[in-house]
Design a protein around this ligand. Structure first.
Ligand code: NAP
Length: 254
């Protein structure tokens, strides 16, 4: 086991956990988290580090110092800063990089989606959608809605918030995955008229979209940021199995 090459997984997603489990026999894995939640899910049997690296140059130094043989960026599709940093750092340090990017959701019959280019655009699209809005965008992005008036927001976070993030917001805690039945109950209980969501993709947070469909509620769906510059064809995969195969290919060439 001592001669396993070093793999850095940038994590914080279910796919990253699955990949760490699948890859740990062949790689000495460091699993990296930003440190945003108090009790994050972490993979068993691998080293976990927490906190930013200090930018792209510092990440490149970290890769060199740790003799990292491959990096998989399995962060959330909206984590665009770390994705860009990973791309730049791998280019600088000559480390092979894979982006694990789950497919985006696509609207199905019965969905009433209002396309938003980004968070700021989503905030402008709430007029005419009723008063009570389920703002399901993540704690760090709530500020984009601070200038919206005439709405009462429902905010759900993993950890309790020290202070209400928006004037008049109602705050609840919860960690996915959620069931469709529970999401329907939640939307009914709070009299929700519309949902705001990032197009995260995946199963863990999809139930709210299904719940909105079944209640006939509009969803302001925020488009994903573009993947980082420098991605070469073949360096993006959609799931942990494909990432495991990519790693097996790299392992065979070391
Ligand atoms: P971000 O805006 O792209 O990154 C901001 C900074 O946080 C980065 O520059 C980096 O700091 C640090 N960072 C981010 N991810 C890191 C990681 N996995 N390991 C070490 N440092 C990391 O990131 P974000 O959108 O806040 O996401 C942070 C974490 O939460 C990620 O692990 C992501 O997978 C997870 N997450 C994000 C969302 C979302 O909606 N954005 C949703 C669910 C989970 P330095 O520059 O100092 O290195």
């Amino acid at each position: 086991m001592a001669d396993r090459p070093h793999l850095l997984i940038l994590g914080g997603t279910g796919e990253a956990l699955a990949l760490a489990d699948a890859a740990r026999a062949g790689w000495r894995i460091t699993y990296s988290l930003a440190g945003r939640t108090q009790r994050p899910a972490v993979p068993e049997g691998v080293e976990v580090r927490t906190g930013g690296f200090g930018g792209a140059d510092a990440l490149a130094d970290w890769l060199r110092a740790g003799d990292v043989a491959a990096l998989v960026d399995a962060t959330h599709p909206f984590a665009d800063t770390i994705a860009a940093n990973a791309a730049a750092a791998c280019d600088a340090a000559g480390v092979p990089r894979l982006k694990l990017l789950r497919p985006a959701w696509a609207p199905l019959p019965g969905d009433d989606w209002r396309d938003a280019a980004n968070l700021a655009d989503a905030a402008t699209r709430l007029s005419g959608l009723g008063q009570d809005i389920f703002l399901s965008v993540g704690r760090r992005d709530l500020g984009a809605f601070a200038g919206v008036s005439g709405k009462r927001f429902l905010v759900r976070t993993v950890d309790p918030l020290a202070a209400p993030p928006l004037a008049g917001a109602r705050c609840i805690c919860g960690r996915g995955p959620f069931s469709v039945a529970d999401e329907i109950s939640l939307l009914r209980e709070y009299g929700i008229a519309a949902v705001v969501s990032k197009n995260a993709g995946g199963d863990a947070t999809y139930a709210k979209i299904e719940a909105a469909r079944s209640l006939g509620l509009p969803v302001v769906m925020i488009r994903r940021p573009a993947p980082p510059q420098g991605d070469k064809e073949g360096d993006i995969v959609e799931d942990a199995d494909a990432a495991t195969n990519w790693l097996a290919g790299r392992r065979g060439r070391l």
